[in-house]
Design a protein around this ligand. Sequence first.
Ligand SMILES: Cc1cc2nc3c(=O)[nH]c(=O)nc-3n(C[C@H](O)[C@H](O)[C@H](O)COP(=O)(O)O)c2cc1C
Length: 105
Amino acid sequence: MLGVPHYSFRVPSQLKAWIDRIAVPGKTFRYTAKRAESFVGTKRVIIALACGGFYGPGCPAENFEHTLSYLKSVFAFIGIANPEVITADGVNVSSEQHELSLKAA
Ligand SMILES: Cc1cc2nc3c(=O)[nH]c(=O)nc-3n(C[C@H](O)[C@H](O)[C@H](O)COP(=O)(O)O)c2cc1C
């Protein structure tokens, strides 16, 4: 389970540092001539994501979303194709929206 705040359109530096430690050849995957081969096996991953604003499809800031897309790429690369995602977005828009977003998540 990863608790991920959306910081400056991407993952916080602490989480990036952890990813840099695990997404390493010989640790979670190895390169072959054709592709990266995972050592991770079957693992359940849950991403609990919070964003101050909105970045979903159709939102004006959609193109600034580099958090979930990045995490999905990293996990796919090390062999976890389908992480489960729980999102609370818009939590800094207003106190009403904060409550709504947390309930929806
Ligand atoms: C340093 C920093 C950068 C942030 N950048 C963004 C951002 O780019 N977009 C956004 O929607 N919210 C942003 N937020 C708001 C957080 O995503 C939001 O508060 C989150 O739900 C909770 O994170 P926190 O508990 O670490 O404050 C930022 C917050 C901080 C502290």
